[in-house]
Design a protein around this ligand. Structure first.
Ligand code: PDD
Length: 287
């Protein structure tokens, strides 16, 4: 089956899916995006992703007239057309195509593109047992990383450092404070409490982060939403990260130093089980 993409209302062959060279997403990163997990043909947490997308559009003053219902149908149509039960759908909405000028164009409709790629979620379940490593990098990003824009160069460069170091992720440091990962939220566990950076302008308010906070609350696991330092992370009992495509992964080493005993810890494992149970509840997916 050929790979298909969505461009401004049309489902087209992936290889032929194009935007104009003067798309503002290309020229200014004047675009927002979402990444959603699809398991068993069902989109995980669709509603929260939609709420975040609308908030981001509003933050940037991008006016997009499509209602939630028709948009959801278009996304599902693309997923079905690609025929992968387990995949990731990428959604990008830019301010549109206009002759290059920093100020907003008067009347350019947004450009909406969606792509789908197959994804092996079972690998994430296996990684719950092994854990992953992170390195640290300075947080060089702009001041509104709570808005999920395609301006990701700081994230890209940090991730590449991680990749070259044989690590899964780079945790971004502002001075001594750990903000988040290059594409994930960061967590530590100390004395039975889970700790993660509060929302605000310094981190992306992750959908997986939100689910974990809710599940932890229901399981009566104590939560602190506060900034934590690299020193605290190195002295933590456990650490983990979260995102749509990672779900929840134990962090067993930071900059080559073991976290705890260097193996996934009990609270991390418990939260991982709870999150996968939520995935199963929403989508029927099982490893
Ligand atoms: N990344 N922090 C950053 C900087 C992110 O880019 C992401 C998501 C997250 C986690 O958010 P969520 O739980 O909603 O996926 C945190 C996506 C998956 C990406 O860019 O591919």
């Amino acid at each position: 089956m050929p790979q298909l993409a969505y461009v401004n209302g049309h489902i087209v062959h992936h290889a032929a899916a194009m935007l104009h060279v003067e798309d503002r997403g290309t020229q200014f990163a004047d675009a927002v995006y979402e990444v959603c997990a699809v398991l068993n043909g069902r989109i995980l947490d669709w509603q929260p992703h939609l709420v975040r997308l609308r908030r981001n559009l509003a933050e940037l003053g991008i006016v997009w007239s499509m209602a939630d219902g028709p948009f959801g149908l278009q996304a599902r149509r693309l997923i079905a057309a690609n025929g992968h039960a387990d995949c990731i759908i990428y959604i990008q909405i830019s301010r549109g195509t206009a002759r290059r000028d920093h100020a907003f164009p008067d009347a350019a409709p947004p450009n909406v593109v969606m792509t789908v790629r197959r994804f092996d979620f079972a690998q994430r379940v296996r990684q719950l047992d092994t854990g992953i490593k992170v390195v640290t990098q300075p947080d060089t990003r702009w001041g509104r990383v709570d808005i999920k824009t395609t301006g990701l160069l700081g994230n890209v460069l940090a991730k590449q450092v991680a990749r070259e170091a044989g690590a899964f992720e780079a945790w971004l440091l502002d001075g001594e404070t750990v903000r988040e990962g290059s594409s994930t939220n960061a967590w530590i566990v100390k004395g039975g409490r889970i700790i993660t950076h509060p929302t605000g302008t310094h981190i992306l308010p992750g959908i997986a982060r939100d689910s974990i906070l809710r599940l932890a609350g229901e399981a009566q696991i104590l939560v602190e939403e506060r900034p934590f330092t690299l020193a605290e992370a190195l002295a933590a009992d456990e650490a983990f990260l979260s995102s749509t495509t990672s779900l929840l992964l134990p962090v067993v080493a930071i900059d080559g130093e073991k976290v705890g005993d260097g193996r996934p810890g009990p609270i991390t494992r418990r939260l991982g089980e709870l999150l996968w149970a939520e995935v199963a509840r929403q989508t029927g997916w099982r490893a």
